[in-house]
Design a protein around this ligand. Sequence first.
Ligand code: UDP
Length: 241
Amino acid sequence: MGSPKSKYSRILVKISGEGLCRPGGFGIDGEQLKRIGREIKPVHDTGVQIALVVGGGNFIRGDDLIKTTPIHGATAHYMGMLGTVINALAVQETMERMGIPTRVQSAVHVDRVCEKFIRRRAIRHLEKGRVVILAGGTGNPFVTTDSCAALRGIELDVDIVMKATKVDGVYSDDPRKNSKAKLYTRLSYNQVIDQRLKVMDVSAIDLCQQKNLPILVFNLMKPGNMLRVVQGKKIGTLISG
Ligand code: UDP
């Protein structure tokens, strides 16, 4: 195909629900979906195997719902998980229209619209060049899709977890509020945990540390960034041992 090669053989990309809606918005926006598809297409063309974990914060975050409604915490979190299934279907349709073969596998079973998450089957899809979109988070309440990314990354033996964000990487402070915030290029797992840097849930970082799975935090809003990462260009913040 003449596409540049990937540094990795298998990656897991985590995309938050807010990446699928307009900034500060709710639900799904067609332009954002297409933008994500356009980022993934050239990465898929390199031949790298791609697992995608989608969040659901553009619909429901369990913790927020608990604060404002009489809904039980567990149910609120299950509702959040269902939001990730909706997102997964939207991403699937978008990518298939762009010629990328996909399968959706969910930890929360919604048999009419997607497969169940079965590790060995997911690996087979990856080997066949299908992007596996992982929905339903871990299937358990009171955690987030970041934990899902770490867990599935380990289960699927990926080389790296790539966390897509709207900023260039991990900063010492919120760069949108503090212009003096420093961008880190490399961090250890312990630095992230000890300095309470807002990267992922502590349990997700801890899991990656145990299995020595590197995490790369990068800006999905800059066109071509995902491709540059898999080509090995120095982008974002690398968290490793
Ligand atoms: N969720 C859950 N268990 C999981 C993954 C997600 O209970 O394993 C729920 C949780 O309520 C969370 C919501 O689904 O707030 C949406 O996921 P997340 O907040 O991770 O989405 P993102 O912020 O990445 O869009």
